[in-house]
Ligand binder design. Structure first.
Ligand SMILES: [Zn+2]
Length: 126
């Protein structure tokens, strides 16, 4: 198992915010890619833009890339608390999962580990 990233580039978080806003009121989901312990890219897959079920599609379609470390998705509501489906996804794959909730700002997200426990991710400026 790859070790968990300690940080995420600010521009990646800004992209998460942008995509969450443009997908609203639907959810979006993407994979997180890390390089040397910092999340540096989002990977989007076709047909995975709309709801909690899409996370499962993503899980099965994901490319074989050892630097894929988890997922990010949006909640079109005021809570970044993981749903039952979210916890099940976290549990199946990846070390780091981010939920971004409304109003989609730098303060309205939370990262979780595979057990659904809150973890901290440092915001890294390039
Ligand atoms: Zn969710």
């Amino acid at each position: 198992m790859l070790k968990r990233p300690h940080g995420i580039y600010r521009e990646v978080l800004e992209m998460v915010i942008d995509v969450a806003k443009s997908s609203h009121p639907r959810e979006f989901v993407a994979l997180l890619h890390q390089e040397e312990g910092v999340i540096d890219e989002l990977h989007f897959l076709p047909g995975t833009t709309s709801n909690e079920d899409s996370a499962y599609l993503l899980l099965h379609m994901r490319p074989i890339d050892l630097n894929i470390c988890g997922t990010v998705h949006s909640h079109p509501g005021p809570s970044f608390r993981p749903s039952g489906a979210d916890l099940s996804l976290f549990n199946h794959f990846g070390s780091t999962h981010i939920i971004m909730c409304m109003p989609y700002e730098m303060r309205t997200w939370q990262a979780y580990d595979q057990e659904g426990r809150r973890i901290s991710l440092q915001i890294v400026d390039e």
